[in-house]
Design a binder for this molecule. Structure first.
Ligand code: UDX
Length: 452
């Protein structure tokens, strides 16, 4: 006996994780997508998303008959109907890209609503799981025009690289609905086995919680990045400063590492979207604006660091200076290059005339991700020592742990300039120094190696 019947529309990152995890909790889940090839591949257990544990969950769900994949949302409803247990909860997990002027493009949500409107059984709940502007639940209810079908918002808080873990060990479950408390409770009940604190609220508050959380995280990082700059100016060490701050339970140690800026598929999109929400409510959200501006500035700050480290001067020229970039993805453990700060920094270095050779453990030379890279921007190679060969400096842009384990003496032999700019404070400066290289981090004195 299946606990609940669920349709998940959209098998992207959020949809596939949601479908596979809900099936693992015992629900009967049909996932729908408009891409026939993708549905065929998923039905064979082939997944292209790089996410620890996800392939196993999909395989287990399919083998147990709890998880299946179909083409089109209407077909998902038919499949469950045919099994004699019509859909109880339908999740919308379709893309909501940032459109013109930072307004989220809701055309995929609208298309699905149109498709399922007449096929939804009375009493079921339609749930927005994609990050959508405040007010979308109401808009969905309007489009649906089915007073007997309720609408709820159930934002996800999954991080790339640990999405399955995050789904199954959530800090909280948030469900908002304007239709009825009962609709929100039924959605929350899907997660009952996880035992997480649950916030039941109205739709606008649930939608706002997602933006509020992501923008707070972005603001925290911009604060730390700005703090790192100040530490450099007053000879303080940001690593010690953030450790000291983080023991305060109101602040916490997480999300306090400075870097080349924050990026990825969520934080940039959500900060702009919240500004848009604020704008349309005639509210000037200066903190969020400042967080975005600080982040943009962080890219050029990294370029200034490279310039100073390589040429010894703030005005030195990087024209035809060969640089090895270690890491291109927006964070370690992913092959995702979307809105990667590493690429933001790379673009500015290239603009300054540098020749860039990059290596990233998550992006193989012939991979689909690699094909999205502009060959005029950089040359991608499959080996860190090859990237370092003949380079005047190594610039670490993503915090891949494997970079710590490199043979840095070998890197030192390959480079011509002997400089490492570590924008993630990833490496042990003492190890780098011992290898005969100079080390520059973010917010840390360059003499830190001697002091430790
Ligand atoms: C984020 C949110 O964490 C998640 O809750 C939401 O659902 C989606 O957006 P994700 O995009 O996977 O998740 O990335 P995250 O791990 O949060 O990192 C975001 C960016 O901040 C990355 O560029 C990362 O490198 C950077 N970062 C993170 C830092 O620079 N320092 C830190 O201490 C932490």
């Amino acid at each position: 006996m299946f606990a609940r019947t669920v349709a998940v529309v959209g098998t992207g990152y959020v949809g596939l994780t949601t479908g596979a995890c809900l099936a693992s909790l015992g629900h009967r889940v049909v996932c729908a997508d408009i891409d026939e090839d993708k549905v065929a591949a998923l039905s064979r257990g082939e997944i292209t998303i790089r996410e620890p544990g996800l392939a196993d969950l999909v395989a287990e769900g399919v083998a147990a008959g709890r998880l299946s994949f179909v083409v089109g949302a209407a077909q998902a409803l038919k499949e469950l109907e045919g099994e004699g247990k019509p859909v109880e909860v339908l999740f919308l997990c379709v893309p909501t890209p940032m459109g013109v002027g930072g307004v989220a493009d809701l055309s995929a949500v609208e298309a699905v609503v149109e498709e399922v409107r007449d096929a939804m059984p009375p009493g079921c709940v339609v749930v927005n799981k994609s990050t959508v502007p405040v007010g979308t639940a109401d808009r969905t209810a309007e489009l649906l025009a089915r007073p007997d079908v309720q609408v709820a918002s159930n934002p996800e808080f999954l991080r790339e690289g640990s999405a399955v873990h995050d789904f199954l060990h959530p800090d909280r479950i948030v469900v908002g609905s304007n239709s009825s408390q009962d609709a929100a409770e039924r959605v929350a009940a899907l997660y009952a086995r996880l035992g997480a604190p649950t916030v039941l609220t109205d739709a606008a508050s649930a939608e706002m919680i997602k933006y509020a959380a992501n923008c707070f995280l972005a603001m925290k990082l911009s604060y730390v990045n700005a703090l790192a700059e100040l530490c450099e100016r007053v000879d303080a060490d940001v690593s010690d400063v953030t450790e000291g701050m983080g023991y305060d339970r109101r602040i916490g140690q997480a999300f306090l590492s400075p870097g080349p800026g924050w990026g990825g598929s969520c934080l940039p999109k959500d900060t702009h979207a919240l500004l848009q929400v604020a704008d349309s409510a005639d509210f000037e959200f200066r903190l969020v604006r400042a967080s975005i501006d600080t982040n943009t500035r962080q890219f050029s700050r990294m370029v200034d660091k490279v310039r100073l480290a390589v040429t010894g001067s703030r005005n030195g020229s990087l024209t035809r200076v060969r640089l090895a970039l270690f890491g291109l993805t927006f964070k370690a453990g992913t092959d995702d290059l979307r809105d990667s700060p590493a690429l933001g920094v790379a673009a500015l270095l290239r603009q300054a005339g540098a020749d860039l050779v990059a290596y990233d453990p998550g992006v193989a030379v012939d991979s689909p991700a690699a094909r999205t890279l502009d060959s005029h921007l950089l040359t991608l190679v499959g080996d860190p020592y090859e990237a370092a060969a003949g380079a005047e400096a190594v610039v670490v842009l993503t915090e891949w742990p494997e970079f710590r384990a490199l043979d840095w003496a070998r890197v030192a032999e390959s480079t011509t300039g002997g400089t490492v700019v570590d924008t993630r404070n990833l490496l042990d400066p003492a190890v780098i120094r011992r290898a005969g290289l100079s080390w520059t981090g973010v917010g840390r004195p360059t003499t830190v190696a001697a002091a430790r």
